[in-house]
Design a protein around this ligand. Sequence first.
Ligand code: FES
Length: 114
Amino acid sequence: MDAPYIAVARTDAIPPGTFVKVLIENRPYIVANTDGHYYAVEDNCSHEDYPLSFGCLDGDRIKCSLHGSRFSLDTGEPLDEPAEDPIATYRLRVENGQIWIDPSSPANRAAPRE
Ligand code: FES
């Protein structure tokens, strides 16, 4: 796999309905498996800069454990208040059991974190 894709996890390390937190250049990301479909999103709630990895999956959504907003893992859009802004999503590929993500820019054009 060519740059900017980076290998982040093996598929067998993320069973359906679970996620892992990965660090790329000290920036945290969530790689989730929702029944065989993989997603990569930033590990940061858009409401109050709180780690989404403290939360849980709800189907193809991730729920923030602080105030309960859920975000689409596909689009990054918030589905509940109080969050109003999307989280960043990232392009992801799976090849021979290896998961790769492109952290170079958000796939949903959310503002990159500085
Ligand atoms: S910090 Fe996530 S919903 Fe408030």
